[in-house]
Design a protein around this ligand. Sequence first.
Ligand code: MRU
Length: 377
Amino acid sequence: MNVTVRGRTQHHRTVAFDRARNAVLLVEQRLLPHEFKIVATKNFRETAAAIRDMIVRGAPAIAATAAYGLAQGALAFPGRDLRKFHRHVETVYQTLKAARPTAVDPVNAMNGVRAVMRAGRTVAEQQSLALAAAEEFASEDVRHCEAIGRHGAKLIRSGMNILTHCNAGWLACVDIGTATGPMYAAQAQGKKFHVFCDETRPRSQGATLTAWELAQQKISHQIIADNAAGHLMQRGEIDLVIVGSDRTLGRTGEVANKIGTYTKAVLARRHGIPFYVAIPLSTIDWNLKRGCDIPIEERHESEVLGAWGIITSLQSAVCGPQSTKRVYVRVANPTSGARNPGFDVTPADLITGIITPVGIFKPKELWTQRRKLGFTD
Ligand code: MRU
């Protein structure tokens, strides 16, 4: 998407690769919305750390990062011995896979890269196939989001108020976004609508990332506290909910997404509001048979017990350009601990439809339409 910083507009992808430096380029999302910065990870371990520490986050974005990280690790191998090379690639794969457990996209993306690599007869051939496959995954994600936008825009009418949770925008993908794809497409069609961004505690991806994206894109929006959605729904102030997903089960239609998604789905059902989930094909898990088997990431309690923000230096506010410093402040009672599950699972019966690159389906139709949706035995 286009990013305007200090009056200068430039197109950026969330994730890209610099072949000359063998580096993965990432938007440093922990600094947004206060600072826009691109960082380069120099080796696959740094790339895995960037996923783990949430410099990059969002299922398709960490998938593209893992695909590039796998290529980066493969390209760094110095010898010609194929057996040693495969052992090295396995280490790279496992390191990247372990970085975050809930999203299935990184695993699907890396499996795709490894399948393409098998056609190479030498280390050098497999190395260049790995990078080509990672580039193709990133470009396919962009095409998927464009197609999600085309299908999903039909759900949006002028005058609507739309609720979204967390960030399933271009920062969570390579470009465009899944939940935001239909919004950007509807905007391009001249439709006027308003978006409520759930703040999304504890890390506040809605308040920081989605709100920043929508502001950049000049879409009318407001941030709401996570607890406000029920009240707005009860008063008829929300017409449609669109969220993303980290893992959608192809066999059951259950959807894992940011903690609080399930709550919003229950509220939407109570108030008769359509609840849609937007996903690229890399988000579908065709193996797991039960939502309760989805690994749910448990994150550090400090995220719940406090919050990150910036302090604007008073001196520089008076004297010239403002300098910003990102700081953590403790909010909770000092002697209390916290529990911090990062995701929850929404049952299929609460979901009106799943917006995919090949059309909108009822959750249970994912399995009956599996060939169309890329399932292979
Ligand atoms: O913990 P995060 O910020 O990686 O969680 C992101 C989400 O839950 C998104 O909704 C999901 O990855 C879909 S992104 C298209």
